[in-house]
Design a protein around this ligand. Structure first.
Ligand code: CR6
Length: 839
């Protein structure tokens, strides 16, 4: 060791060693340094959070070189960049994921252990950035992961909400919403770039004028101006040199403007104006499949889109591009209609601010934008009242009228005299109250339109966007959703990842199709038993977590039957509950009955204003109270509602699941992505032919999938015939008993009125056809219970499910977007030498 010391003295530590070195020794020293110099603490007074922060900065140091090198490699005129515009990015905690991407999980674990701490505990300290509601926001996060993994130049643009999706607590069985203060202790993963601030105008009016060249122009005189400050988060590629950027905008007041122009001497008023401006990025609207549109929401949408487009144009001009060629260096993807105001905003920027003629501007716009639709629910299609829209965005309304005038002219040329079609296609919905139809704006202004699963894309062409399909069939394609195997297998299910890599090598992490090679182990007794043991370990971990969070004790040897997702009537959590009550009734009638012991686990948030969804949460908890405490049940059934379902909790749940509930009414779920995470981790699916379930079943094989329920066609036909839920109620004694129990109060401590709205809805309307699908669901669930008794066969099905889920990697999805829609290709990133600051 004398030699070592001498060697160290001879080669003095360089500054970059402590900031980039990856040996356990260097990591330990950097960690201790950051605790002292960044957190300002030493071991005597450091909290767990201080340790987390010190580690986060240690890891951040180690990704900056990749990030800056990537930016440099991409800042070239010939490079095409994908800009993913999304109101939501549900990233999940960064620390663990970045360790996986950098390939330093093991060294860091050891360094932390040798520092007397536990890595998993530090990872658990991170407040997850909950900047999304559910599938749509999480999809955006998986896509950023895959874009970086594939070295595709990309920027995610969105809003830096100060408060993300609310934290959920359950009190007396009801959901209570708590503000999500995720920024409370600071966010080590973001870097503010105030020098790249942009201005955004709102309100006011427009004026026509003739410019120096004699051209007719319009200028927008806004009522107020706000500024957007970008906050950047590097998004690492998996074990490569690429790190793309997630750029989120924070709204601020341009103080000078307010102080001088409006609030001379009125300090209070000036501060008030500042608060008003900052409101725009204050809070995420907590509606999945948005139900109501408020003015602030439109302000949010326009704000982040305008900031982003100005940023894109600035970058394009900076590398020497011409605006006429924007589509050669930029592919802008609209994640649903939330950013679709971008179509009108790009037209305004090009025509009004950059003096480009209308036809050229429209060409550029159409060639640059593409639109993904994420819903078939008619009530979720965004439309803005014309009055609201015009008062906030007067110039954009004019532009939309002009787009519409020209667009309808084209339609007339193609379908002469078809006035019905004109009305259906118009960007404006006529009537006593007029609306701007955002899906129409997005469709008209994009060169590509896609759905998110094969069935969904077909239904788009047939129903929701039928007229657009007939007008421009070449715009339409399908891009089935995918999820990243890095977060959803490697990080969340490390034991399974280890077994897989040991058996077939680790190529699957970048090329998920290779999982197919697991098929040859499906009948291997030894492999099966290791597979089962890993599942049991994951179930035991989840059971422990359930005990900590709820006090409930569940048996890890029971069948873990899980439904986690937003609470929504179309997702039919209450159909699941009808089966639980049915099983309960059977046991009450015959306590000796042999049944497969099951633990039903639910998780999910309800939109705060969605009464029926909140009542379903109360229902689950009421049924849990009855079932869990009845001695006749003898612990054979357990019902758990786990509060505050989020990405972090998802990482615990998917690896522990044996049965995945995907039971939406056929034709309602656009795709689903949880369904993919479950089966990758070896759960079997009980599901309808809806969304991506169809393709999951196709891949897994129908013998490895529990199918039930009406098909989309049958749903349409039944509704067309006139659906009467009472027919099913009257014709099915077991169903009648369950519904009567809901109405009678036996499940709600005698409160007969509690579930009346639910019963009333089911018996008189039942929009989502629970009663029609009840019998089929019950029979299918009974088959599941039977199948579980043959553990060998079950394990075989489980292995085959994982083995055949390669298609559902987000890498596959991103490759398809790149080839068919974006025309984007990988750019090699060469790591730049660390550059010392020079005077
Ligand atoms: N709620 C769909 O409902 C789909 C995701 C991502 C949704 C869901 O089936 O998997 O998008 N739609 O494509 C919207 O958010 C509008 C969702 O998450």
């Amino acid at each position: 060791s004398d030699k070592k010391t001498a060697a160290a003295a001879a080669a003095p530590v360089q500054i970059e060693d402590d900031r980039t070195g990856l040996s356990v020794e260097t990591l330990k020293r950097a960690f201790a340094d950051n605790l002292f110099y960044i957190q300002g603490k030493n071991a005597d007074i450091a909290t767990l959070n201080d340790y987390y922060m010190a580690l986060a900065y240690t890891v951040r140091d180690r990704l900056l070189q990749r990030w800056l090198s990537t930016i440099k490699a991409q800042l070239k005129p010939e490079v095409k960049v994908v800009y993913y515009l999304s109101a939501e990015f549900l990233m999940g905690p960064h620390l663990g994921n970045n360790l996986v991407s950098l390939g330093i999980y093991d060294q860091v674990r050891q360094a932390i252990q040798e520092s007397g701490l536990n890595l998993e505990e530090l990872i658990a300290q991170e407040e997850e950035p909950g900047l999304g509601n559910g599938g749509l926001g999480r999809l955006a996060a998986c896509y950023l992961d895959s874009l970086a993994a594939l070295e595709i130049p990309a920027v995610g643009y969105g809003l830096r909400y100060e408060f993300g999706i609310f934290d959920q607590e359950i009190r007396d069985g009801w959901q209570v919403e708590i503000t999500d203060k995720w920024l409370r202790y600071g966010n080590p993963w973001e870097i503010a770039r105030p020098e790249a601030t942009v201005e955004v105008k709102l309100g006011g009016h427009t004026e026509a004028f003739v410019d120096g060249a004699g051209r007719y122009r319009v200028r927008w005189i806004p009522e107020r101006t706000i500024v957007g400050v970008p906050y950047d988060t590097p998004v690492l590629g998996f074990k490569n040199n690429a790190a793309n950027t997630l750029r989120l905008w924070k709204a601020e007041a341009p103080e000078s403007f307010d102080f001088q122009a409006f609030n001379l001497g009125d300090y209070y008023g000036a501060v008030n104006a500042k608060m008003y401006s900052e409101n725009i990025s204050k809070v995420l609207y907590p509606n999945d499949e948005p139900l109501q549109g408020r003015e602030l929401r439109l302000e949010q949408q326009f704000f982040f889109v305008s900031c982003s487009l100005q940023d894109i144009i600035r970058r394009h001009l900076y590398v020497g591009g011409k605006l006429e060629d924007l589509h050669n260096s930029a592919a802008i993807q609209l994640n649903d209609t939330h950013p679709s105001i971008g179509i009108a905003e790009l037209m305004r920027l090009l025509v009004d601010e950059h003096n480009i003629d209308w036809d050229t501007a429209w060409q550029i716009t159409q060639n640059t934008f593409a639109y993904t639709n994420h819903t078939l629910l008619p009530e979720a299609l965004e439309r803005w009242p014309l009055s609201l829209f015009g008062s906030l965005l007067p110039r954009h309304l004019e532009i939309i009228f002009e787009i519409n005038r020209r667009f309808l002219q084209e339609v007339s040329a193609k379908f002469p005299g078809d006035t019905g079609r004109l009305a259906r296609l118009s960007l404006i919905q006529e009537g006593p109250e007029k609306f701007v139809r955002m899906a129409h704006l997005a469709s008209a202004g994009s060169h590509a339109i896609n759905g998110v699963a094969a069935l969904h894309s077909e239904l788009l062409k047939r129903d929701v966007l039928r007229d657009f399909y007939e007008l421009s069939p070449e715009k339409f394609s399908n891009k089935t959703n995918g999820v990243t195997p890095r977060r959803w297998i490697m990080l969340s299910n490390p034991e399974l990842a280890f077994l897989i890599s040991e058996s077939i090598g680790d190529g699957w992490i970048k090329n998920l199709g290779e999982l197919r090679e697991l098929e040859r182990f499906a009948n291997d007794k030894e492999f099966q038993s290791r597979w089962r043991q890993i599942k049991l370990n994951n179930k035991t971990n989840l059971a422990e977590y359930i005990r900590k969070r709820t006090g409930l004790v569940v048996d890890p040897h029971s069948l873990f039957d899980i439904q986690v997702k937003r609470i929504h009537e179309y997702k039919r959590q209450h159909l699941n509950v009808l089966y639980i009550i049915t099983l309960y009734n059977r046991l009450k009638q015959n306590p000796e009955l042999e049944i497969t012991p099951r633990t039903f686990i639910f998780g999910g948030k309800a939109a705060p204003g969605y009464f029926m969804a909140k009542l379903i949460i109360k229902l689950i908890n009421s049924v849990a109270d009855v079932v869990n405490n009845d001695p006749d049940v003898g612990g054979r059934l357990k019902v758990v509602f786990l509060p505050d379902y989020n990405v972090t909790f998802g990482q615990r749940v998917y690896p522990a699941a044996e049965l995945s509930e995907q039971i939406s009414t056929a034709g309602k779920e656009a795709s689903g992505t949880g369904n993919m995470k479950f089966s990758m981790n070896g759960a079997l699916t009980i599901g309808t032919l809806d969304g991506a379930n169809v393709e999951i079943r196709e891949e897994a094989g129908e013998e490895n999938f529990f199918l039930f329920g009406l098909t989309t066609e049958e749903v349409y036909a039944l509704k067309a015939r006139g659906y009467n839920p009472r027919d099913y109620y009257n014709g099915n004694p077991a169903l009648r008993q369950v519904i009567d129990q809901l109405a009678s109060g036996v499940l709600s401590s005698g409160e007969t009125h509690l579930f009346a709205p639910l019963v009333d809805h089911l018996l008189n309307r039942d929009e989502y056809l629970l009663l029609a699908d009840y019998q089929s669901y019950v029979e299918c669930q009974d088959r599941v219970g039977e199948a579980y008794r043959d553990q060998e066969h079950w394990t075989r099905m489980s292995i085959l499910n994982s083995a055949r889920m390669g298609k559902f990697s987000s890498d596959r999805a991103i490759r398809e977007y790149c080839e068919d829609i974006w025309g984007a290709v990988a750019v090699d990133v060469v790591l730049e030498e660390y550059v010392q600051a020079t005077a």
